[in-house]
Design a protein around this ligand. Structure first.
Ligand code: SF4
Length: 65
């Protein structure tokens, strides 16, 4: 599974980082990007889905299952 954060949608709430800190990086102004090039380890798929469900801007996208 691979994810990305759409920078045009991300508003920097950091909920993604709060629920899955290993999967996201946050820049100086609080906007998030996917860590590890977006690669989600198999044992962290549930965390990724939780982050997707908790992003109020629908900014987190699955690019590969
Ligand atoms: S929860 Fe969504 S809008 Fe907020 S920082 Fe994460 S990706 Fe961006």
């Amino acid at each position: 599974m691979k994810i990305r954060v759409n920078p045009d949608k991300c508003q920097g709430h950091n909920r993604c980082y709060a629920v899955a800190p290993d999967l996201f990086e946050v820049d100086d102004v609080g906007n998030a990007s996917a860590a590890n090039g977006g690669v989600v380890p198999d044992d962290m798929k549930d965390d990724a889905k939780l982050a997707i469900d908790n992003c109020p801007e629908f900014a987190i996208e699955i690019v590969e299952e």
